[in-house]
Design a protein around this ligand. Structure first.
Ligand code: NAI
Length: 252
């Protein structure tokens, strides 16, 4: 129970990595606010936690909206009495080059992947400061560190997540707030199916690409979740501004 009495917010909490992390945080004793655009799926995750004896609330929200983020933070505070851990994890991908990407798509990717993290920090940092500290974990990507093909807006947005994380760590470290990014390689979630669909590829061959990694397989959402639990807990008490890579060795 490394997170006993801690209160957590997880965005994209209904998706592959978000659900696994919501369950893992709850298993370590945290109360979890499961935030997602998909209200029904978020409620299902919250119910899964409650039926296992944990504490959870589902909040339907678009994380790119400041009004929604303010409501998320206010609801978590009202339900749990504080916020100690935030996992900024909601994300979307568009598999297009610069030439193919519309301005609207570019802005949407940055709204969900980047502006949402800024907004969450804007509204949650004062609460953490008043409480004497906290841990914020942002989901970057291997492609935010090394780039990737046919995903210009996504790669740019995830690079922004990694560096925004470092800047947040510098600004808020003196208040006891640690800020780190977790950077997955290919993880078996709905996002990969979405990518296969966007590229018009057969999903099986798309998934098989991970087989050339040193660990010879794709990651599972629970493997990212355990890294997030570590960053959320005091086990990582001297770690901030870090870009933790969880990718089976694929992006060295
Ligand atoms: P997913 O598609 O299963 O989950 C994403 C979740 O975010 C969904 O539940 C979706 O409804 C939610 N979401 C999307 N837009 C939202 C918005 N505006 N407001 C609130 N919720 C919203 O995908 P996955 O893989 O679990 O993705 C989680 C994070 O991991 C993303 O940031 C993604 O970029 C990142 N990532 C995933 C990798 C993978 O191979 N699956 C690799 C590297 C990074």
């Amino acid at each position: 129970m490394r997170l006993k009495n801690k209160k957590a917010i997880v965005t994209g909490g209904a998706g592959g990595i978000g659900r696994a992390t919501s369950l893992a945080l709850a298993a370590e004793g945290a109360a979890v606010a499961v935030v997602d655009l998909n209200a029904e799926a978020a409620e299902a995750v919250a119910e899964e936690i409650r039926s296992a004896g944990g504490t959870a609330v589902a909040i339907a929200a678009d994380v790119s909206s400041e009004a929604d983020i303010e409501r998320v933070v206010a609801t978590a505070q009202a339900e749990f009495g504080g916020v100690d851990v935030v996992f900024n994890n909601a994300g979307i991908i568009r598999r297009t080059t610069a030439v193919e990407t519309t301005v609207e798509e570019w802005d949407r990717v940055f709204g969900v992947n980047v502006r949402a993290i800024f907004l969450m920090c804007k509204h949650v940092v004062p609460i953490m400061e008043a409480a004497g500290g906290g841990s914020i974990i942002n989901t970057g990507s291997g492609w935010g560190l090394k780039g990737g093909g046919q995903a210009i807006s996504y790669c740019a947005s995830k690079g922004a997540v990694v560096n925004m994380t470092r800047a947040l760590a510098i600004d808020h470290g003196p208040a006891g707030i640690r800020v780190n990014s977790v950077n997955p390689g290919d993880v078996n979630t709905g996002m990969l199916s979405d990518e296969a669909r966007q590229l018009g590829q057969d999903q099986a061959s798309f998934l098989a690409e991970a087989a050339d990694r040193p660990l010879r397989r794709m990651g599972q959402p629970g493997e990212v979740a355990q890294a997030v639990v570590w960053l959320a807990s005091d086990d990582s008490s001297y770690v901030t501004g870090a870009a933790l890579v969880v990718d089976g060795g694929g992006i060295a």
